[in-house]
Design a protein around this ligand. Structure first.
Ligand SMILES: O=C(O)CCC(=O)C(=O)O
Ligand SMILES: [Fe+2]
Length: 311
């Protein structure tokens, strides 16, 4: 309840700052009319989007706060059925050379995915038992590696929305790069970085040489939530790195010939998360992988992120 009120206040603050008092009141009037069944969903959606200048993420945030959950859900569904929802999730190829081919996708994230403190990801008992590494202890941050923490768990431990969002982002990336192999995520790896956290150069090859998923170049699909960060990538250690700024809601996808790219998280930018996002300082990274052919004993995604470097 408390949490809901705080979110409500944050959204109201953001709306007033963006729209001014008059714009805010217009939107409030529309929302009340819609809630009371005095306005049809398409009229509400179109007018609210117009008032919000096309910020669908903010509209969905607002919708999630409506007291009537059926109405919240209806807005979300309506948004998905729009042939050209604005802003559409966009995929942008970051580089066209085969080995450096990454794509970035902008996606309005569900409440689950950007849930407070990544709490969901870190609260699954299986995740804890399996890895013996925790982000949280009670309600406190307890990062297992000083400025960062990691949890790895089967996708079934997460809400269905996680997988849906992963597949949506992938489909979008495949539409800009049809050569990208498909993947069917079955493992989720969640990293949390404090604003002092970083991750050294590495390739995502911890699964072992015999890994068919790697051989087939099945993409890694990687969501960023919270503070922005610079993500570096290059093919060889001696190459000059390229850097892409990852913001909350960005999805980075690398597969095919670039599945084995060297990459790193160079730095996190403090206080850069969207104002409406209810989350403690820092950055969450939620990474989806397809290890369908491997059984659990073959997957060794231990947190030796900084030791598997320079190989
Ligand atoms: O946090 C990120 O964006 C990257 C994480 C990563 O590269 C990894 O966990 O292997
Ligand atoms: Fe990685």
């Amino acid at each position: 309840m408390e949490d809901r009120r705080e979110r409500n206040n944050a959204v109201v603050k953001e709306l007033k700052a963006r729209l001014g008092l008059n714009g805010f009141k217009t939107l409030q009037g529309l929302s009340i009319a819609f809630q009371h069944g005095k306005m049809a969903i398409d009229a509400y959606y179109n007018q609210a989007m117009e008032t919000l200048q096309g910020d669908a993420a903010l509209l969905l945030e607002l919708a999630s706060l409506l007291p009537d959950k059926a109405k919240s859900q209806a807005i979300k569904q309506h948004h998905l059925t729009q042939s050209d929802p604005t802003p559409a999730p966009v995929s942008e190829p970051l580089d066209r050379r085969p080995r450096d081919k990454l794509s970035r996708h902008k996606q309005p994230l569900s409440q689950h995915t950007k849930s407070s403190k990544g709490g969901f990801a870190f609260s699954g008992p299986r995740a804890k038992a399996k890895q013996g590494e925790r982000l949280m202890e009670g309600d406190l941050y307890k990062l297992n590696r000083g400025t960062k923490g990691r949890v790895i768990a089967p996708i079934e431990d997460f809400p269905q929305e996680y997988k849906d969002e992963c597949q949506e982002a992938l489909a979008n990336a495949m539409s800009v790069d049809p050569t990208l192999p498909a993947m069917d995520a079955n493992v989720v790896l969640v990293n949390f970085y404090s604003d002092k956290g970083n991750l050294n150069w590495h390739r995502d090859n911890d699964e072992g040489k015999a890994n068919t998923a790697l051989n087939l170049g099945r993409p890694v699909v990687s969501f960023s939530v919270g503070d922005a960060a610079d993500f570096g990538y290059k093919w060889k250690m001696e190459d000059q790195e390229k850097v892409v700024r990852l913001e909350s809601g960005d999805v980075l996808i690398f597969g095919g010939p670039s599945r084995m790219i060297l990459h790193s998280v160079i730095q996190v930018y403090p206080n850069t998360k969207p104002r409406t996002l209810k989350m403690n300082r820092g950055r969450l990274n939620i990474t989806f992988r397809d290890h369908s052919e491997l059984d659990d004993s073959e997957i060794n995604l231990g947190y030796d992120g900084d030791n598997r470097l320079h190989k």
